[in-house]
Design a protein around this ligand. Structure first.
Ligand code: ZN
Length: 286
């Protein structure tokens, strides 16, 4: 696991095991807030050990940016902490997370000790502010990767923990392409120092504009490719030929998982178009 200090009392962690998934910590004088947990128990426990031994504070709150396993299944390793999330995150963890953990447990010993802990404190509209030491954490919706997505802004530092609304390859299979495009645009206008992506590396101020453009161009390209496929006979086969590089992205991202994510994006969009029979050309405003 990589660890980096992003700003005073703000830390970032990145998995070396699963898809470069990230987590964050903001520490105050009495207690710390964890933003997402990592995919595997060992990595989440290493974060806890760092907070308790190096920062010398307990974890009082965990914020889940969305319900997916790689961000929430470590909740159980912080007994006594209050979990905060969007109300839909709680609902989806209850409806989907518990079932999915049961089946993963059968295949993988490492998850035997994992239990789903549902968020205790939720919000469903507007923003929620949490004060940690001298810093405000502002929780706000950031949908599109999933319907329950939120981002966390460290207001004083202009650091955004974006969750999976911002990734090296935007991933919309469980979400909505228009919503993620709107989230990416909004994030691009926030005047940030850093974007901490839900997966991948930290984006620095000078890189944000290009990253936003690249992600929006990628979304337009996959949408266009899915429409082209939908107009052809045997269109699904055509999708195999749409390389990730054709859509302006590199295959090196996300520990080698980028091609799989890209192909799943294409298939999800294709299925949507077929089901809605929506072949009209898109009218894309800015
Ligand atoms: Zn994720």
């Amino acid at each position: 696991m990589h660890r980096e200090r992003v700003s005073e009392n703000v830390y970032w962690f990145q998995s070396e095991v699963y898809a470069q998934v990230t987590a964050g910590v903001v520490a105050g004088p009495q207690w710390a807030v964890v933003i997402d947990t990592l995919a595997l128990p060992d990595e989440t426990l290493a974060i806890r050990e760092f907070i308790e031994r190096e920062l010398n504070v307990p974890v009082r709150y965990i914020i889940n940016t969305h319900y997916h396993a790689d961000h929430t299944w470590g909740n159980c390793f912080f007994p006594g902490a209050t979990i905060i999330a969007h109300s839909m995150c709680r609902q989806l963890l209850e409806e989907k997370g518990i079932v999915s953990l049961e089946s993963v447990r059968k295949q993988n010993q490492a998850f035997r000790q994992v239990k789903i802990v549902l968020p205790h404190m939720t919000f469903d509209q507007g923003e929620l502010t949490l004060r940690v030491g001298k810093k405000n954490l502002i929780l706000m919706p950031a949908t599109g990767h999933s319907a329950d997505g939120i981002s966390v802004l460290v207001e004083e530092d202009r650091i955004l923990f974006a969750g999976d609304a911002f990734m090296p390859i935007p991933y919309i299979v469980d979400g909505d392409i228009d919503e993620i495009a709107a989230s990416i645009k909004r994030i691009g206008k926030m005047g940030l120092e850093n974007i901490v992506q839900g997966h991948g590396d930290i984006i620095l101020r000078g890189e944000i504009e290009a990253a936003v453009k690249e992600n929006l161009a990628y979304l337009s390209a996959v949408r266009k490719a899915a429409r082209t496929a939908a107009k052809r006979k045997g269109g699904v086969d055509y999708l195999d030929e749409v390389a990730i590089e054709d859509c302006g992205k590199s295959r090196v991202h996300l520990g080698g998982q980028s091609i799989a994510l890209h192909q799943r994006n294409l298939r999800a969009l294709y299925k949507n178009i077929i089901e809605k029979k929506d072949l009209s050309e898109e009218t894309e405003g800015e």
